[in-house]
Every structure is written in structure tokens, then in C-alpha cells.
Design a protein around this ligand. Structure first.
Ligand code: HEC
Length: 423
């Protein structure tokens, strides 16, 4: 299931690494442009000063204007529905940021998880499934989540918006929990992020853009915006608000791969739920700040509650790991660990990737820059070896080199004894 098997030598590990680098670069830049834009528009829309004469146009939508200061000049911006004024010759639309973010994200998903084999989709300690099954589950879950969301919006929301929202939240939560029960923890978090990101981009393509085209067409045909908001524009407003709430959780999920203690928690859906709920709640308070005077203490409380919940989870995770507990117990009874044994385990179970001359390059040359060639390097990384191989058991990825519990235990005991001796 790796690109290099399907293609010639031009899709070897170096080519995949290059695709990973370029696509990630594009993804982050496009994502910043999309999210930055949409946060700014959201802020402008909520900060508009209504027209002094209190005039309203044909629609119930308030119009207004705002003064802004940026890099040495004043900017005046007015929100209008044109009301008889001619359609401007140049009208700027914002859509490529969203499309580019999704497309580069899809390439990354292929290069890193689905085909390129740069990160593990499976984990034998979670579920005994093949790479092919894991990809089918990941892709199927993302597709199912997107379709369920669309269905709730088109079929249910027009008559019962709250029921629709409840339905998609429950459905997406179920898919997210299923991911954590079947996939590698790191992959599960990323796939929930990809599902939410796909829904956001889908909202732009399938709802927001069509509604804007409809508005432009109506203004061109009649000279005025439609007096009653159409079904499409009501839905566009709704999904763009939902995008606004989804964005903070998505960012947390996309970055979660750096935090083994988070996705490696024994019940990963708990920290996942905290990241999603925390992100959406912070966004909610930031939206409230335009109408609720005491939003500051609310924001502080929301941030504090999120961080406290994460802290409690991480602390509990470090304690709950059976291996870590067993290690502490056996350290008391067994004799001191011989460094030669530690080195043997590291060579056998880690050296394939973490070496200056790795034999397994599918994860990229020298993953995370960590090499275990010399005793000094091994000793220097002792705390991270403890975290990744003993406590969270997120190394080796998918236990590719089949490290045993006894070997993890040995590493844990060596570290518990101080791990300071370089022979
Ligand atoms: C099949 C390849 C592979 C094997 C085998 C492997 N690793 Fe890794 N390792 C990776 C990759 C990929 C990363 C970067 C991604 C990540 O951090 O999850 C990494 C990152 C790390 C890091 C740095 C990130 C951090 O959290 O500090 C440490 C430490 C580490 N591995 C320890 C180990 C240990 C200890 C073993 C052996 C028990 C091991 N690895 C076996 C692929 C491997």
C-alpha cells in the first residue's frame, strides 16, 4: 500500500518526503489565508456601525460601515445590498483559499497516511486490521460524515434547524469515536480533523458559493437583492456560522500529532472531545464579545476549564498505563538494568528508523531528527524514550518492529533507575 510500490523509483521515499513538504507548506499557507480571511470577515460583520439614518434596505439584513486603520492609511468599508446601484465591474470573491486548503490537505493525507506510509494508520494494540482496511475506514468515515452533514442541512434544517444540528453532532461524534476504536490514535485525531475540514470546504463549494452566485444573478437581473432571503442564502448563513465554530477544533486536531500523550491516552476519545468542545466554546465566547459585556471572565473560565480538563487527562494517562505501573513495581524487585540490554532493544526495535543509516525510510530519513546510533544519543533521549515507548506506547508506530511488553518494561526500568550512565 505504498506509493513506491505502485510507481517507479521516482516515487521512492525522497519523492514522498518532498510531496509531504510541499503539500504541507501549501496547506498551512492556504489554511492561514482562508481562516484569517474568514475570522476577519466575521469580525467586520459583527463590528459594523449601522447607518446613521437608520435606513434599512429591502432585506431585514442590517447594513452599515466601518473605519479601519492598517499600515499607514485609513480604510472605509461599507456593507450594502446595492439597492439599485450598478453591479461593480470588479467584484472580488474569496474561494480559492478554501479550495487550496482542502486540495493540499487531501494530497497530504495520501502522502502521509493513505499511500505514502509516512505515518501509521493502524495500531495492533487498538485493532487488528490491515492498512487497506484502515484506509477504507478513514476514507469511508470522512465521506459518511460529509454526506450526513449535507443531509441534515438539506433535508432537516429548513424545518427543524436544531434537530438537524443535533443529528449531525451525534453522527459525527459517533464516527470520531469509531475512528479512535479502530485506527492508530494519531491517525484517528487527524482523520476527525480531515472530516471536519472537508465539511467546512464542502460548505464553501456546495452552499456558500451557490448562494453568492444566486445573489449576484438576482441583483444583475432586477437591480436589487431578493426581498426575502432564499433557502440557499439562509443555509449559507447557517453553514458559515457552523464553519466559524468548527475552525478552532480543526486546528487543534491538525496539530495534535505532535502530542503523543494526547492521542496516546488510553481512551483517546476523551482528550479528542476536550479539544473539540474547548475550541468551539472559546469560539463561542469570542463571538459573544460583541453583544455580552462580561465576556472576559467567561473567556478566562472557558480557557481555564479546557486546560484543566486536558491536564487532568494527561496526568491520569501517565498513571493509567498498565506498562508504566508494572514498570514501577518491577523496578523495585528486579536487579539493576544492564545498558547493553537496553542498547540491544533500541537497536532491534528502534534502529530501523532512528539511525543515521535507516533501513526503513518510509517514515522519512531520521524521523523527528532522533538517532540512536551511540550510547550518548540514547541517554540524551531517555525521557522521550520513556514517554513514547513505555508510557504512551506510540513508538514504534503501529509497533512495526514488534517490540514486546518485556522490552518496554526493560526500557522503563532502566529509565526509572536514572538512565544516566553512558558506559
Ligand atoms: C518504523 C519507524 C520507526 C520506528 C521503528 C521507531 N520510530 Fe520513533 N519515530 C518515528 C517517526 C515517524 C517519528 C516522528 C513522528 C512522531 O513523533 O510520532 C518518530 C519520533 C520519535 C521520537 C521523537 C518525538 C518525540 O516525541 O520526542 C522519539 C523519542 C522516538 N520516535 C522514539 C522511538 C523509540 C524509543 C523507538 C523504539 C522503541 C522508536 N522510536 C521506533 C518512526 C519510528
Amino acid at each position: 500500500m505504498q506509493m513506491m510500490m505502485a510507481g517507479g523509483p521516482w516515487l521512492g521515499p525522497r519523492a514522498i518526503e518532498l510531496i509531504d513538504l510541499v503539500a504541507r507548506w501549501a496547506h498551512v499557507i492556504a489554511g492561514i489565508m482562508w481562516i484569517g480571511n474568514s475570522l476577519l470577515w466575521n469580525w467586520i460583520d459583527r463590528s459594523l456601525v449601522p447607518r446613521a439614518d437608520g435606513a434599512r434596505t429591502q432585506t431585514p439584513e442590517p447594513v452599515g460601515s466601518i473605519w479601519l486603520l492598517h499600515s499607514g492609511a485609513f480604510y472605509y468599508m461599507e456593507k450594502t445590498l446595492l439597492a439599485g446601484a450598478p453591479m461593480p465591474r470588479r467584484l472580488h470573491w474569496f474561494k480559492w483559499q478554501a479550495y487550496a486548503t482542502w486540495l493540499s490537505g487531501f494530497v497530504l493525507l495520501l502522502a502521509v497516511y493513505w499511500l505514502g506510509g509516512r505515518a501509521a494508520m493502524t495500531d495492533p494494540a487498538v485493532a487488528d486490521i490491515t492498512q487497506g482496511m484502515a484506509v477504507a475506514i478513514g476514507a469511508g468515515g470522512i465521506l459518511a460524515g460529509g454526506l450526513l452533514y449535507e443531509f441534515a442541512h438539506r433535508a432537516i434544517a429548513p424545518s427543524a434547524p436544531r434537530a438537524a444540528r443535533l443529528l449531525w453532532i451525534v453522527a459525527l461524534s459517533a464516527i470520531a469515536v469509531a475512528f479512535t476504536q479502530l485506527l492508530n490514535g494519531r491517525a484517528a485525531f487527524l482523520h476527525v480533523g480531515a472530516m471536519l475540514g472537508t465539511i467546512m470546504a464542502g460548505n464553501v463549494v456546495f452552499t456558500i458559493m451557490p448562494a453568492q452566485r444566486e445573489l449576484v444573478a438576482a441583483v444583475q437581473a432586477t437591480g436589487t437583492a431578493p426581498s426575502v432571503a432564499s433557502e440557499a442564502s439562509t443555509r449559507a448563513k447557517r453553514v458559515s456560522t457552523e464553519n466559524n465554530y468548527i475552525v478552532f477544533p480543526v486546528i487543534a486536531l491538525m496539530l495534535s500529532g505532535h502530542y503523543a500523550a494526547v492521542y496516546g491516552y488510553p481512551h483517546p476519545w476523551i482528550p479528542l472531545a476536550i479539544l473539540v468542545a474547548g475550541g468551539a466554546s472559546v469560539r463561542h465566547v469570542l463571538n459573544l464579545r460583541f453583544t455580552v459585556p462580561d465576556w472576559r471572565p467567561r473567556l478566562a473560565l472557558t480557557l481555564l476549564a479546557t486546560v484543566a480538563a486536558l491536564y487532568a487527562t494527561l496526568r491520569d494517562g501517565a498513571r493509567a498505563r498498565p506498562a508504566a505501573a508494572a514498570t514501577a513495581a518491577s523496578a523495585a524487585t528486579a536487579g539493576p538494568v544492564d545498558f547493553a540490554d537496553v542498547r540491544h532493544v533500541i537497536d532491534r526495535r528502534c534502529g530501523a528508523c532512528h539511525s543515521s543509516a535507516p533501513s526503513d525510510e518510509s517514515f522519512g530519513a531520521v524521523p523527528a531528527g532522533v538517532m540512536f546510533d551511540t550510547p550518548e544519543q540514547i541517554v540524551a533521549f531517555a525521557p522521550r524514550i520513556q514517554e513514547r515507548a513505555v508510557v504512551t506506547r506510540t513508538m514504534p508506530p503501529a509497533n512495526k518492529t514488534r517490540i514486546t511488553d518485556a522490552e518496554r518494561d526493560l526500557l522503563g526500568r532502566w529509565i526509572a533507575e536514572g538512565a544516566g550512565r553512558v558506559p
